[in-house]
Ligand binder design. Sequence first.
Ligand code: NAP
Length: 235
Amino acid sequence: MTTTLITGANKGLGFETARRLVAAGHSVYVGSRDPGRGRRAAEELGARLLVLDVTDDASVAAAARTVEADGGLDVLVNNAGVEGRGEANGIVGAADTTADTLRDLFETNVFGVVRVTHAFLPLLRRSTAPVVVNVSSGLASLGGMSDPASPGHFYPGIAYPASKTAVNMITVQYAKAFPELRVNAVEPGFTATDLNGNTGVQSVQQGAEIIVRMARVGRDGPTGRYVDAQGSLPW
Ligand code: NAP
C-alpha cells in the first residue's frame, strides 16, 4: 500500500487531497501543526494524524521518526503554506513589504518545504516509487507575472509570489539531484480557502485535482515539472 504524508492537511486543499488519496487507497498521514484540528480531520477522513509544524526542526524530526517506525513513506505532499496577509485580510503591498515580511513567509513556504523534504528524504529513497509534490502557485511564474495578460499579473504582494518561485527552483534542483524520485511543483488555481479569506473562484475539489494527479504519478511519470490541471506552466 502507498503511504502518503500531506502537510497542512487539517483543512483546505490539503484536507481535500487527503480525502481523495484515502479514496484512492493510500494510507494517509494528515500533517497538522495543531493536534486538536488534526485529530478531528484525521477521524473524519479515516486517516492517521501526524503532528507536524513545518517551521519547527524538532517537530519535523519527531514526525519523521514516527513515520520511519511505522514502516516508511512513499509520497510526500508539501502543501502547508501561508499567504501572510496584513490588516483586514489585505495583501501586503510592495511599499509595506519588509525583510521581516519575507522572512516570516519563507519560514513556512520555503524553509518548511526544505525542512520536511530533508527529514523525510531517507525514507522516500527507500521507497520503490517515491514521489514529492510541492504545492506552488501560478503566482510563482516569472513568465506569467511579467505578462499583463496573465491572471496573476496584477497581484500586488512581493513575499508570497517570491516564496513560491523559490519553491519552483527547489523542485527543479531536487528533481535533478534525485532522479529516482518524481518531484513536481503544482499550481492548484485560485481556490476558495481560508488562505485567501475564501475569495478564490474555484472549489477545493477543483483545486486538489492536480495535487492528487501528481501524487499518483508512477515511477515513469514526469519529474522536475511545473503544472496545473491543464498542463505545463511557464517558469
Ligand atoms: P488553507 O486552507 O489556509 O490551509 C493551509 C494549511 O497549511 C492549513 O492546514 C494550515 O494549518 C497549514 N499550515 C500553515 N502553517 C503551517 C505550519 N507552520 N506547519 C504546518 N502546517 C501549517 O490554505 P490552502 O489554500 O488550502 O493552501 C494550501 C496550499 O495551496 C498552500 O501552500 C498555498 O500556498 C497553496 N495555494 C493555494 C491557492 C489558493 O487559491 N487557495 C492557490 C495556489 C496555491 P492551520 O490550520 O494550523 O493554520
